[in-house]
Structures are given as structure tokens and as C-alpha cells.
Design a protein around this ligand. Structure first.
Ligand SMILES: [Zn+2]
Length: 69
């Protein structure tokens, strides 16, 4: 079950919320100011998969040192 990150447009608070499928189309209420003026941020969910695949390939991109002897 995915976590989504939201930002409150009223007070600027960012918070995470785990949504069920029945709640996927709804915006959550800000836990700080109880406003419904919130928007979803996709950065965290997207970067999680990108970072996992990127870190494995970038590790071997540098030329090996100590090969000449
Ligand atoms: Zn708020």
C-alpha cells in the first residue's frame, strides 16, 4: 500500500498519508490546520524507484583504479 506525500497550501505543512484504494481520489485534510486545501506531491514515490535502479548502475561507471601495474 503506497505512501503519498502531500503539501498543505494553507500553512505549508508537508505530511505523508497512506491511502486505501477507496481514498485514492480524495485529498486528505491537513493534520496541522485541518484545511482541505492540500495537494499531492509525487516526488517521494517516484524517486524511490529511480534511486534504487540508478544507484546500482552508477557504482560501476567510474573507471577502476589500480588496474595498471
Ligand atoms: Zn495546513
Amino acid at each position: 500500500m503506497p505512501f503519498y506525500e502531500y503539501r498543505c497550501n494553507e500553512c505549508g505543512e508537508t505530511f505523508e498519508k497512506m491511502l486505501r484504494f477507496s481514498e485514492a481520489g480524495q485529498l486528505p485534510v491537513c493534520p496541522t490546520c485541518a484545511s482541505q486545501n492540500t495537494q499531492k506531491k509525487l516526488s517521494k514515490v517516484v524517486s524511490f524507484g529511480a534511486a534504487a535502479s540508478g544507484s546500482t548502475s552508477s557504482g560501476s561507471s567510474c573507471a577502476p583504479r589500480g588496474g595498471f601495474s
